[in-house]
Design a protein around this ligand. Structure first.
Ligand code: NDP
Length: 317
């Protein structure tokens, strides 16, 4: 494993992180979830990402159990809040002070830890003054419950406003978690330049577009059993990519991966890691073998010629 500094901070995270959206307490049984976490630890992954809303809080609990007994100093535990997780009271959502503080305390319990290494705003909340949000984060940091702050899927302008307040309040705001893959490059034009200026790194999600970039979904073919697309809840999430034009174009990456001596999943993960503002790629896995395969993307350099060919293959999708 290799490690990168997260933003302008003293925190190192593994180039590949493990995330449990749609898998833990959902698609896979508890023993399989533990096996995936063990495979991640064995492969040198130290960074684990979850959110209170995954499986309506149950995914955090599974991760807490799976990491039990692991030396706390040897891992980084990341979670997020924003969406409601319970039956819902008037304050049970968003980035108001009450919801942030209560959510953080609940996540600490489910994850069985005294502190979170990184606490992330899962989305931006237009209905709450950003000053209130940042002050709540500042208090969590001063209380020692949270070491660093991050956000997810914010625009460049929202990140810049957050960073200005964070500076004022001395809040260590050091990361942004966006979707980023060969198929989804939205952050490149504005978010990345803003983050570079502000000392903020990307921790990117869905680097293999939820499995699409493995090439295992063939246009017009039956869905592989046990895959996300064949899973009831997962299928809704992956549906945006299940188009014949996308699946056909992705097949064009197969010879490029083979030429580079990589599997398609490894090529996809290595691709996001070529961006110097990306500190880590969060991979999901329904099986330990997937973790073992994908983690081999660490340290892979893709040359300019290959990057150009990838752009050509995916042009227009
Ligand atoms: P990926 O793009 O890595 O997709 C993971 C899925 O692809 C696996 O669960 C598996 O699904 C399939 N897969 C992985 N490796 C292989 C392989 N080698 N061969 C075949 N299939 C493979 O990431 P996710 O979309 O799962 O997202 C990763 C993490 O990012 C999440 O767990 C979460 O922590 C974070 N995230 C954050 C969001 C946010 O809003 N901040 C939103 C979404 C994710 P299967 O076997 O079932 O087909």
């Amino acid at each position: 494993m290799e490690f990168r500094r997260l933003g302008r901070s003293g925190l190192n995270i593994s180039e590949i992180s493990y995330g449990n959206w749609l898998t833990h307490a959902s698609q896979v049984e508890e023993d399989q979830a533990h096996a995936c976490v063990k495979a991640a630890l064995d492969a040198g992954i130290t960074t684990f990402d979850t959110a209170d809303v995954y499986a309506n809080t149950a995914a955090e609990s599974v991760l807490g159990r799976a990491l039990k007994g692991v030396r706390r100093e040897s891992i980084e535990v990341l979670t997020k809040s924003y969406w409601p997780t319970g039956p819902g009271g008037p304050n049970d959502r968003g980035l108001g002070r009450k919801h942030i503080i209560e959510s953080a305390n609940a996540s600490l319990q489910r994850l069985q830890t005294d502190y979170l290494d990184l606490y992330q705003a899962h989305r931006f909340d237009h209905s709450v003054p950003l000053e209130e949000t940042m002050l709540a984060y500042s208090d969590l940091v001063r209380q020692g419950k949270v070491l660093y702050i991050g956000v997810s899927e914010w625009t460049a302008e929202q990140i810049a406003r957050g960073a200005a307040l964070a500076r004022e309040l001395k809040v260590p705001f050091i990361s942004h978690q966006p979707q980023y893959s060969m198929l989804w490059r939205v952050i490149e034009s504005q978010v990345v330049p803003t983050c570079e200026r502000e000392g903020i790194s990307q921790i990117v999600f869905s680097p293999i577009a939820q499995g699409i970039l493995t090439g295992k979904y063939l246009p017009g073919a039956e869905l592989p059993s046990g895959s996300r697309a064949a899973d009831e809840r997962g299928s809704r999430m992956i549906s945006r990519w299940m188009r014949d034009d996308v699946l056909t174009a992705v097949q064009g990456l197969k010879p490029l991966a083979a030429e580079a001596g990589l599997t398609m999943a490894q090529l996809a993960v290595a691709w996001v890691l070529q961006n110097p503002n990306v500190a880590s790629a969060i991979i999901g896995a329904s099986r330990p073998e997937q973790v073992r395969e994908n983690v081999k993307a660490v340290g892979v350099k893709l040359d300019a010629d290959l990057l150009k060919k990838i752009d050509e293959v995916l042009d227009g999708v």
